[in-house]
Structures are given as structure tokens and as C-alpha cells.
Design a binder for this molecule. Structure first.
Ligand SMILES: Nc1ncnc2c1ncn2[C@@H]1O[C@H](COP(=O)(O)OP(=O)(O)OP(=O)(O)O)[C@@H](O)[C@H]1O
Ligand SMILES: [Mg+2]
Length: 222
């Protein structure tokens, strides 16, 4: 059957907000549902590749991972070469406002997800990605963009910022990832959160709800 992968780019100009975590938990959740998934690792730090390489030999990471960081502003061409082989390409973008690969990925993406910890500094930094998306919409009018609240904690400051995110101008996903060690354990072990078993029940539920919402959003893109 001829496939035409849908492209999901995970972007935020600030480092450490959860781009690679979001990429890898989403890619694994989609792959575990039977979809063919490629992670396009566009970051020279190669954290997504390192995550998959840490997987146990007998239990490889469920999605394929390719490092495209050398292609910078031409990653969209490399991604397009893979579209007939997969159902989804999830693009892990590097941080940095001047980085060319997020702009390139946004050119061909169906959906951009902006992981955003509800803290003031991360919210300010996200204004950069808003500009990037607004510019991308000029060239790719069918692009959809959403914010995923990540590392959510229950404090009054976090709750206030979550309310502010609703006004940010990019829709806030109703699913969210809370601040949990399961997400860090998955990196160290090179696995999906579902592979962590019973101890990671809450994280597994969060990731499933996140994957459901992404599929619904992508369905709307068709
Ligand atoms: N929901 C979460 N709960 C707990 N820890 C998290 C969560 N999301 C991310 N982290 C941790 O925060 C750190 C940064 O996350 P991650 O590498 O995904 O960010 P990034 O945006 O890809 O960073 P960079 O810009 O450097 O590529 C990692 O140690 C990761 O395990
Ligand atoms: Mg990263």
C-alpha cells in the first residue's frame, strides 16, 4: 500500500523544555499502536538518537530514528524522501531561534507541537516559536500548531500560567505531561513509557491521551 506519512514537528527555541521527550514518547506511542513511525532527529546533540541507542538489544525502541542534523535548512527535503515508507514522521527540532531546521520542518509539517513548561521564562521564550509559526503559515497554510504543557506541577504559579497559555494565540492541548520521573527513566533505559510497566501508570495514561489527541488533530488535517 502506498503511504504518505503525516509530519509532526516538535519545536521550541529554548533548550530543555521537553522537545526530545515529547518526540520520543509520541513516536513510541504511535509505533506501539501499529503505525510505521520515523523520528527525524534534527539536533546535532543527537539526544533522540542516543535515547533509541540506549534501548536493550532484545527490545529495540519501537520507532526508527534517523539523524538529519547535518541537513539544517534542507531537512524538509530529506523528510519528504521518507514519506512513502512511514505513517508518521516526528521531527525533533534543535533549540535556537536562528536554527534553520525548525523553519525547514515547519515548511512541510502537518502539525507543530510546542512543548511548554508552565514557567514564566519558558512562556516568554515561546514568543519566538509563535513568530516562526506565523511565518510558516505564510508558506504552509494548512499547518496546525498547538501547545503541549509539559512538566506540569500543581502550584498556584503553574496554574496561573496554564490560564495564560489559553490566551497565548496558539491552542493549548487538553492533554498534558506532568513532571514525573517516569519520563526521565524512559530516556535512561531507551524505552517508551509503556515499557516501564505498572510503576509508570500515570505517565502511560498521559501519553495515551496525548497520542489520542494528536491523532484527532491529524485527522482534522486530512
Ligand atoms: N514531563 C517531564 N517530567 C520530568 N522530566 C522531564 C519531563 N520532560 C522533560 N524532562 C526532562 O527534562 C530534561 C530536558 O528534556 P528534553 O531533553 O526533552 O528537552 P529538549 O527541549 O529536547 O532539550 P534541548 O533543547 O537541549 O534539545 C531531560 O532531562 C528530560 O528527561
Ligand atoms: Mg532535545
Amino acid at each position: 500500500m502506498h503511504k504518505q506519512a503525516r509530519i509532526i514537528a516538535i519545536c521550541h527555541p529554548k533548550g530543555g523544555v521537553g522537545k526530545t521527550t515529547t518526540t520520543m514518547v509520541l513516536a513510541a506511542a504511535l509505533a506501539e499502536r501499529g503505525y510505521g513511525v520515523l523520528v527525524a532527529d534534527c539536533d546535532a546533540q543527537a539526544s533522540a538518537s542516543a535515547w533509541a541507542n540506549a534501548a536493550p538489544e532484545l527490545k529495540p525502541f519501537p520507532a526508527a530514528v534517523v539523524n538529519l542534523s547535518a541537513y539544517a535548512g534542507k531537512v524538509h527535503r530529506e523528510i519528504q524522501k521518507q514519506l512513502d515508507k512511514y505513517d508518521f514522521v516526528v521531527v525533533d527540532c534543535p533549540p535556537g531561534l536562528d536554527s534553520l531546521s525548525p523553519q525547514s520542518a515547519i515548511l512541510v509539517a502537518d502539525l507543530v507541537i510546542v512543548p511548554l513548561p508552565p514557567s514564566p521564562a519558558d512562556l516568554w521564550a515561546a514568543r519566538g516559536v509563535k513568530l516562526l509559526i506565523e511565518r510558516g503559515l505564510g508558506l504552509n497554510p494548512s499547518l496546525k500548531a498547538v501547545i503541549l504543557a509539559n512538566r506540569v506541577v500543581r502550584t498556584s504559579l503553574s496554574n496561573a500560567i496554564m490560564r495564560e497559555l489559553n490566551e497565548f494565540g496558539i491552542p493549548l492541548m487538553s492533554s498534558r505531561l506532568s513532571n514525573r520521573t517516569a519520563y526521565q527513566e524512559a530516556v535512561i533505559s531507551g524505552v517508551s513509557v509503556s515499557a516501564l510497566g505498572r510503576d509508570a501508570q500515570v505517565a502511560i495514561g498521559e501519553v495515551n491521551a496525548f497520542a489520542d489527541e494528536v491523532l484527532a488533530l491529524i485527522g482534522e488535517c486530512k
